[in-house]
Write a new protein. Sequence first.
Length: 231
Amino acid sequence: MEKDTNVDRIIKFYSHRIKENGYMSNFYGEQDKNFNLNLPINQDFNEIDLSCFDPDDSEFEIFNYSTSEHPYQIQKYFPTADFIKKISLELLIKYQEYRDIMSWLKNPRDLAAMGRQSGATSIHPKLVPYAPKWIKEKCLSTTLINIIKEYKDFGVKMREDWDQVKDKVMHVIVLQKFLQNPHLSKNLKNTGESKLIEHTKNDKYWADGGDGKGLNKLGQILMQVRDELVI
C-alpha cells in the first residue's frame, strides 16, 4: 500500500470485517493470526505511565488481549482509589472477577455488553481458548444477562471518573495496538494525512453519529497515533 498524500481525502471505517480499513476498528484482532496486544493486567491505565512500555521487559503481569476493545472495556471497572477506601474486600474481589470474565470473552459485542452492563444477547458467552476453569463453568451454567445482573446487584459498577479518563485510556490502548503490530502501523502510516472517520449512527462520541455531527473521537485518536508512530 502506497502512502496517501492527499490531505483532503476522507477515509471512513467501522466494521472490523472490512478488509481494507477494518484494522482501525477496536473489534479487530481475531481474524489476524499475527495480532498481539500485550498489556498489564490489574493496572489502572490512568495511573501508570505506559509511554515507554515494553511487553518483553515489563515489571507488570501481562495479558495478551484478543482485541483493543477488551482492555478498554475492562478499564471501566477499576475503582478509583477513593472508592476503594469505601468498599469491602468482598466487593473488591467481585470487581476483579468481573474484569477477569471480560478478559476471556471471545465476542467483542459480549464484552461491550458487560462494559455497558446492558444489551447482552448471548445465551452462553463464548470464551477464547485456555480460559480459567471457574470462568468456563460460570459461562456454561448461566447466561451473560444473568452474569451481568449478578455482579451489578452485588455493587459492581462503572468507575466514577470514567468520562474524565476514557480518552486517555483509549489513546494508551490504541497506541500500544499499533506499536505492537508493525503490519498495522504500516497501514495506518500509509493513510498519510487523510482524515479518519469512524462512520456509524450507533455512536456519537467515538464515531461521527452517521450524520457527521458526532465527535469522532476514535478517528481523532487514530490520527494522533499516526503522527506518533515512527516506522
